[in-house]
Design a protein around this ligand. Structure first.
Ligand SMILES: [Cu+2]
Length: 157
C-alpha cells in the first residue's frame, strides 16, 4: 500500500512541471527576478478548510477557480507563507474586483480562490505577491523580501 502513497506523492509533485495545464487552464507564466509566477484558471473547485467559503461577492456562485504557483527558480521550491492578491479587470466594462488568493493544497502548494466572472470575454488578472510576514534569521533578511507583480490575460469563452 505504501507504494501507492509514494506514487501519488511523486505525481502530485511533478504535475506542475508536466504541462498538463497548457491546453486547459494555464493562463500563463511570468518570471519576476528569481520567481516564476504561474496562473491557472480552472472550473470552480470544491473546497474544504477554514477559508473555504469565502467568496469575493457573497451570494454569487463561482464560475472559475484561480490557482497561482510561486516558484523560486534558484532554490527549486514552491514558496509558502506569501500574501497573494489578484485584481481581476473585466476588459469589456472596465469593472474590477480584488480577491485574496489563500494558501491551498491542490496541485501541489499554491494560492487560490473561487471567483465569479460576470460574462464571457477578456479579463486582465493582476497578481500581487507580498513577502511572508514571518520571523526569519537575520542573515536571510533578503530572502523573498520584495513584492512582485505579474499581469495575465484570460479569455472566458
Ligand atoms: Cu486552488
Amino acid at each position: 500500500m505504501r507504494w501507492i502513497i509514494v506514487v501519488a506523492t511523486v505525481v502530485l509533485l511533478l504535475l506542475p512541471h508536466l504541462g498538463w495545464g497548457e491546453e486547459r487552464g494555464r493562463a500563463g507564466s511570468r518570471t519576476v527576478g528569481n520567481l516564476e509566477v504561474t496562473l491557472y484558471v480552472w472550473a470552480p473547485q470544491q473546497l474544504v478548510g477554514p477559508k473555504a467559503h469565502t467568496a469575493p461577492e457573497p451570494g454569487q456562485s463561482a464560475t472559475h477557480h484561480l490557482d497561482l504557483t510561486v516558484y523560486d527558480l534558484r532554490r527549486g521550491l514552491y514558496i509558502p507563507y506569501l500574501n497573494v492578491k489578484a485584481t481581476v479587470t473585466d476588459m469589456t466594462t472596465k469593472h474590477d474586483f480584488s480577491v485574496d488568493l489563500v494558501p491551498m493544497i491542490g496541485e501541489w502548494l499554491h494560492y487560490g480562490a473561487n471567483i465569479t466572472l460576470p460574462h464571457k470575454g477578456r479579463y486582465a488578472i493582476l497578481v500581487t505577491v507580498d513577502p511572508p510576514d514571518i520571523v526569519r534569521y537575520k542573515h536571510l533578511a533578503d530572502v523573498w523580501s520584495t513584492s512582485a507583480q505579474a499581469l495575465f490575460e484570460y479569455d472566458y469563452r
